[in-house]
Design a protein around this ligand. Structure first.
Ligand SMILES: C[S@@+](CC[C@H](N)C(=O)[O-])C[C@H]1O[C@@H](n2cnc3c(N)ncnc32)[C@H](O)[C@@H]1O
Length: 291
């Protein structure tokens, strides 16, 4: 009842032209409710049955995440909406205004800063002539500054053929794209004796359970060259849009603190360095090959 009244009020405010006031309150309400696990599923269910949901679905960022046209949450087209901050022409005026809020949330800014940081270390490794492996590359947007360059020392892996087609359309047919699950790619790379100086992944480990995380670390260790580096980024628990992402976007991630990331690294024999980004939404773990 209490939740229903809150969503009624939010809808009234939006319909009364006060969308910019309603949005922060809604995100805050969902953050608070997410923290009370016993009541959370009820709150989420109430939101999903409420007419407010149809209004939120006018936002193309929310709609794509909920409808999952590629069959999974967080596809590279969706991530491009975050990077480019540009909604499709077809979005309603109200949808665009909702979009302009979500796209500035701490979590969205964290995703943009994640790419920016990767752009730096990938650019440096490229310049140094290192062999680079990107796992779950999506559209490889951190590689934008490398468009037009010879990428023969970079290998890009993703399970989604449409994302790889986009990478080829931007970087040329010669780019080394591998359409594969990262684990089967790594298995093949180990058996071929491949070695990389830099292996990194952004937006993958948030979907991997602990067993898959351990396997990932062990497999990456087997393909790291001496003095090679393995870098990953994982969403932090308790970022401020955590309830919003779960209820409104139907986007569930596996959240991890830096200490948890360090444990996977330690168990695989790496000496990890971990840190939290400036937004507080993303934890980074950087590992050096142990030999
Ligand atoms: C959230 S997007 C991140 C894309 C890109 N790394 C970025 O940061 O912009 C996740 C990507 O991981 C890919 N992916 C998820 N699980 C995968 C797996 N097990 N093997 C290969 N690719 C995977 C998806 O196809 C998608 O392109």
């Amino acid at each position: 009842m209490h939740d229903d009244r809150f969503f009624d009020k939010t809808l009234e405010m939006i319909e009364g032209g006060m969308l910019d006031f309603a949005m922060p309150m809604l995100v805050g309400k969902l953050y608070g409710a997410f923290g009370h696990r016993e009541g959370w599923f009820k709150t989420r269910d109430t939101y999903r049955k409420h007419p407010l949901r149809a209004v939120m679905m006018e936002d193309p960022y929310i709609a794509r995440c909920v409808t999952k046209p590629r069959g999974y949450a967080g596809d590279a087209e969706l991530i491009d909406l975050i990077y480019d901050r540009t909604p499709p022409e077809t979005a309603s005026e109200r949808g665009r205004r909702i979009f302009s809020h979500g796209i500035e949330f701490q979590a969205s800014e964290g995703v943009r800063q994640r790419r920016d940081y990767a752009e730096k270390f990938v650019g440096q490794a490229f310049q140094d002539g290192k062999r680079i492996l990107c796992l779950a590359c999506g559209h490889f947007r951190e590689g934008d500054p490398l468009i037009g360059k010879n990428l023969e020392r970079i290998d890009l892996v993703d399970q989604d053929p449409l994302s790889l087609a986009k990478v080829r359309s931007r970087h040329g047919e010669a780019v080394r794209c591998h359409e594969a699950n990262v684990f089967s790619y790594l298995r093949g790379a180990v058996s071929r004796g491949e070695q990389f100086d830099l292996v990194y992944t952004l937006g993958l480990t948030d979907y991997l359970d602990d067993r898959a995380m351990s396997l990932l670390h062990r497999m990456v260790k087997s393909v790291l060259a001496p003095e090679g580096r393995f870098i990953l980024a994982n969403f932090m628990p308790n970022h401020l849009a955590i309830g919003w992402m779960d209820a409104v976007m139907d986007w569930q991630l596996i959240y991890r603190e830096p200490a948890e990331l360090a444990r996977f690294a330690d168990a695989a024999g790496f000496s990890p360095k971990t840190w939290i980004d400036r937004t507080g939404a993303i934890a980074w773990c950087e590992m050096e090959s142990p030999w």
